[in-house]
Design a protein around this ligand. Structure first.
Ligand code: ZN
Length: 188
C-alpha cells in the first residue's frame, strides 16, 4: 500500500492515508500535492479520451508531478499532500443543487445580476458548472456556482469568459455542512 502524508493548511502533519484516497482528495481539489514519488507512477495515458474530453483538467496539469508530452500524460503518485481547509477527515458536503445554492446564499452569482431569492423561490435558482461538463468540467465544489435560471440559460454551455460573465464570489469548498447552513455559512 502506498502511504501518503497529509498536511493541514499550516503545513503540520496530521495523518497518513492510502494513496488512492490522497489522489481522490487531490482530484476533488480538497488538497494540493507538495511532494511526489519519483518511482511510483499513477497513470500514463492520452490527454484526451475517446469523447474528446480532457482527462486531467488544467489544475492538475499545472502540478509538477503531471507531465504532458505531446498529448500523453504521465502522473506520478503524490507523496505529501496539503489540505486547502482545516482537517475534517474528508467529510466534505456534496456539491448538489440544494447545497450549492444555499452555500451561495440563494444569490445568483452573475455579477451583473446578483439577484437574491428567498428559500421558497429556490426553484428559480440552479447549480451551474463553471467550466461546462461538455468541456470537461468536473462535479466538484471548485467548479460550481449558483445562477438564476435566466442567467444559466444565457450562459448555456459557454465558459464564463465566452459568456462575458464575472462571478460575485469565487468558488470555494465548504468543509462541513455548518459552512453551508450554519451561523457562519453564507445563508442569508
Ligand atoms: Zn441571474
Amino acid at each position: 500500500m502506498i502511504a501518503v502524508v497529509v498536511q493541514d493548511i499550516y503545513g503540520n502533519e496530521v495523518a497518513t492515508i492510502p494513496g488512492k484516497q490522497a489522489v481522490q482528495w487531490w482530484f476533488r481539489k480538497l488538497a494540493k500535492v507538495i511532494d511526489w514519488f519519483d518511482d511510483k507512477i499513477l497513470w500514463v495515458g492520452d490527454l484526451i479520451n475517446y469523447k474528446g474530453i480532457q482527462i486531467v483538467d488544467k489544475y492538475i496539469l499545472a502540478e509538477e508531478g503531471v507531465i504532458n508530452q505531446d498529448g500523453l500524460v504521465l502522473i506520478k503518485y503524490p507523496k505529501v499532500i496539503q489540505l486547502f481547509t482545516a482537517f475534517s477527515a474528508g467529510r466534505a458536503p456534496k456539491p448538489n443543487t440544494r447545497n450549492v445554492i444555499a452555500f451561495y446564499g440563494y444569490q445568483c452569482q452573475n455579477s451583473v445580476c446578483g439577484k437574491v431569492f428567498s428559500k421558497e423561490e429556490k426553484k428559480k435558482l440552479s447549480k451551474d458548472h463553471i467550466l461546462p461538463k461538455c468541456k470537461g468540467g468536473g462535479n466538484d465544489w471548485m467548479n460550481m456556482t449558483c445562477l438564476c435560471l435566466k442567467c444559466n440559460t444565457k450562459k448555456g454551455s459557454k465558459t464564463l469568459e465566452e459568456a462575458g460573465m464575472k462571478l460575485i464570489n469565487q468558488p470555494s469548498v465548504p468543509k462541513t455542512v455548518l459552512d453551508i447552513y450554519g451561523q457562519k455559512g453564507n445563508k442569508r
